[in-house]
Design a protein around this ligand. Sequence first.
Ligand code: GLN
Length: 541
Amino acid sequence: MTKHIFVTGGVVSSLGKGLTSASIGLVLERHGLSVRMQKLDPYINVDPGTMSPYQHGEVYVLDDGAETDLDLGHYERFTNSPLSRESNYTSGQIYLRVIERERRGEYLGRTVQVIPHVTDQIKECIRNLARSDVDVVITELGGTVGDIEGLPFLEAIRQIPLDVGKENCLFIHLTLVPYLKAAREAKTKPTQHSVGLLRQIGIQPDVLIVRTEREIEREHLDKIASFCNVEPRAVIEEVDKEFSIYEVPLGLVDHKLDQLIIQKLGLNASPLQMDDWQDLMHRVRHPDSEVRIAVVGKYIDHRDAYKSIYEALDHAGFSHSARVLVKRIEAEDLQKEGVDHLLRGIDGILVPGGFGMRGIEGKIEAVQYARENNIPYFGICLGMQVAVIEFARNVLGLSQAHSTEFDGDTPDPVICILEEQKTVTDKGGTMRLGAQPCRLTEGSRVAECYGTTEISERHRHRYEFNPEYEERFVNAGLVPTGTHESGLLVEVVEVPDHPWFVAVQFHPEFRSKPQDAHPLFREFVGAALKRHKDRAGSGAN
Ligand code: GLN
């Protein structure tokens, strides 16, 4: 019998529910259990693909092309749970299915209602993951208890114990215990209110994880237990981590959350295996060196807009026992304040993916600075496209070269719309999406990084390298070294005559793990470290 864990949140958003859910998944896997992760998002958009990064943070792309919530990135980085379209549902998707069924006449003349039709649809999406080889399905509910959109989801998860047995379900609720400086006290009232709301809906949480800036006295945890009708040992504090988010699973184990879950769900678990994770954390806390990487983007003040990029850079740092210090640079500021001012002393420059005109010229200047000053450069998606534009303008002398995304009338469209995209009008879910096979040139830098010439990486774009210019680029020193297996699309370019200049049309950041850094991030950070050491040796600043 597959067990269900439901993770809900209260008091405020951004408590790190996704991180905690992923950490629980990791710990259960380290007990030899097979886990599936899932996120339910109550907003109405069918997926986050059409939302601004300011609204939503990064859009995380899966192998099957699903555009999903960034918490799925945590799931993939922490666990081995295979993820697909079934791993992330929004209200929009649920209602779309219900309405399609209604149009097909599947409700046989009945009035279609939130209960039972919408809630049944939600339950179906959860239960579909509970296949016979799965021990535990962890379903995280986005938003906060009390949100109007969240009600059908809460009602659906309330009903699941009635369908599958109470003993097979566990409700974990995350809340915040704020510390009021003026009163010098941790406050438990918001948690009591939040659990009160849940209980009104009919959900009695089994476990409370209380997020806090500083340790909470046992007396306060006991008070929460008694007011919220939860066993004292099941009120667990999760203190902010100083060094790394990857410490969260160890904190949960310290508080014996794993034992509690195993016991409450009657799971047949093997002893915990976390030694390698402990070693990783030791390396994270005690790096041997530092390296400074500039990330030049458009949503730089939004912490979550380039989430997977920052994580992948951290992983690369772990693999070199180095701390990666990221300087986040708003592309527009490069033009206002000058490249030399903002990029001086940087060991590597990365331009991530993006859309829209704002900041494009600044990104192009960042590429030029990296190329001309022999600073390692890593371009991702739009970061590859601006690298191509920069080279066309400043090396090939095509001063008006551009992408047709930004200038439809450019005389030199070195980046142009994909053939398959020419007839696309709908914006949602219509880009070139998901994992695509790619063939790398033998002996190229990129093939060296991967240690193979056959790879598969995830995509999310509408524009591509224009093959009509290929010969001119090659002759001048920017070489395509990876193509789609059809041979028709350029997926990687590099400058062989540069310490490290690689730009890719795909998104390698979605395939990086803390213990298994993505090879391109690993080698990029390696090249930046080398530059750092060489410069330190030569006394440059
Ligand atoms: N805007 C570019 C395109 O659609 C790049 C997309 C991206 O960086 N994800 O091709």
